[in-house]
Ligand binder design. Structure first.
Ligand SMILES: NC(=O)c1ccc[n+]([C@@H]2O[C@H](COP(=O)([O-])OP(=O)(O)OC[C@H]3O[C@@H](n4cnc5c(N)ncnc54)[C@H](O)[C@@H]3O)[C@@H](O)[C@H]2O)c1
Length: 317
């Protein structure tokens, strides 16, 4: 298949590309923005560029897409977004550029190019703090606690309209705290690991009591592959939302304990309040299991060890 993948230099985009390149042609699109170290994005890209099945376009979704003139795509996957819930007030425009304007440009491009199979990345953050856990896709009381989460909910709502109006078979995937090798340095598990090795004091939000349903990136890639097979089955408009999580949340303090054991270092931290975080994320996986046959396999202890092995080798520790 010819696959258009935005956000290919990102954490999930890199792992997904690697898997898809085994038997597809991947046209990767990314603006290589500086939300976190560009070096890690370039390192991911240089691995992907070793495959003859990979082409890269360094473009920004906030501009109209024009780089793939002669290519017919079988499916388009949108992972490009401004991720993270905690940007400073001055940087809020990044959510608008990528997650609102960029998202519309992506959907409009699919319509223009007659791409009728589409997958979009959503987030567990859409559940906010008002839902009963474990979170079900059928939950109606969604009150996002951050601008980021609101943009993801907006993406789901808008893509349903595109799906209905333009006969698109579309799956919106709610990812739950994805971790693993080549991960995102802004995420807690990664930055805690860095701070443990440099013995720097770090901030722990909300007394370390928040829990996250941490999901290994290999399980997420598996789930996306299942979602690809699912959207390919429909030749008319079809819209579904799926949770891709691990169904086994861990509190921040327990995560820190696990990392202390793996790194053999003692953490130094202080507490701070944050209002833009959900207190817990916990995926109900019944729908994903029943429809996609998605069963996450990687235990957190194994996944964290795998991440740590990559971390010490990548950072030459
Ligand atoms: N990692 C997680 O835990 C997690 C959880 C929930 C949802 N998600 C969603 O999954 C997707 C992938 O997340 P990730 O962790 O790989 O993030 P990431 O930041 O590593 O990857 C996103 C990529 O998109 C690119 N990008 C951003 N704006 C762009 C634009 N306007 N034009 C072109 N490229 C642009 C960035 O340069 C980056 O390489 C995102 O949509 C994110 O919101 C991730």
């Amino acid at each position: 298949m010819n696959i258009l993948l935005t956000g290919c230099a990102g954490f999930i985009g890199y792992h997904l590309s690697k898997r898809l390149l085994q038997n597809n042609r991947v046209y990767g699109f990314d603006n290589l923005n500086d939300y976190y170290e560009i070096k890690i994005k370039k390192d991911r890209l240089s691995e992907l560029q070793q495959s003859n099945n990979f082409s890269f376009f360094n473009e920004d979704l906030k501009n109209t897409i024009s780089c793939f003139e002669d290519i017919q795509f079988d499916i388009a996957i949108n992972l490009a977004a401004q991720a993270g819930v905690r940007l400073s007030h001055d940087s809020n425009y990044r959510y608008l550029d990528s997650n609102i304007i960029g998202f519309h440009n992506f959907m409009d491009y699919c319509v223009e190019k007659n791409i009728s199979k589409v997958i979009i990345a959503s987030s567990s953050s859409v559940y906010g703090n008002s839902c009963l856990s474990p979170f079900k896709e059928s939950e109606k009381n969604l009150v996002p606690a951050s601008i980021y989460a609101s943009t993801k909910l907006y993406n789901e709502n808008i893509s349903k309209i595109y799906s209905d109006k333009y006969n698109i078979s579309l799956a919106a995937l709610r990812f739950f705290t994805v971790y693993g090798s080549f991960g995102r340095p802004d995420m807690a598990y990664y930055s805690f690991c860095k701070d443990l090795y440099s013995q720097r004091k770090f901030t722990v939000f909300n007394e370390g009591k928040m829990s996250r349903d941490m999901t290994h990136v290999d399980d997420i890639v598996l789930g996306i592959q299942k979602a690809i097979a699912f959207v390919m089955e429909f030749n008319s408009s079809n819209f579904e939302i799926f949770n891709l999580g691990n169904a086994n949340p861990i509190s921040t303090l327990d995560l820190i304990n696990k990392l202390e054991v793996i790194t053999d270092k003692k953490a130094i931290f202080h507490f701070q309040e944050s209002l833009s975080e959900s207190s817990i994320t916990h995926a109900d996986l019944n729908k994903s299991k029943n429809i996609l046959n998605y069963f996450p396999k990687i235990l957190l202890d194994d996944g964290l060890k795998e991440f740590h092995d990559w971390f010490v080798s990548y950072h030459d520790i």
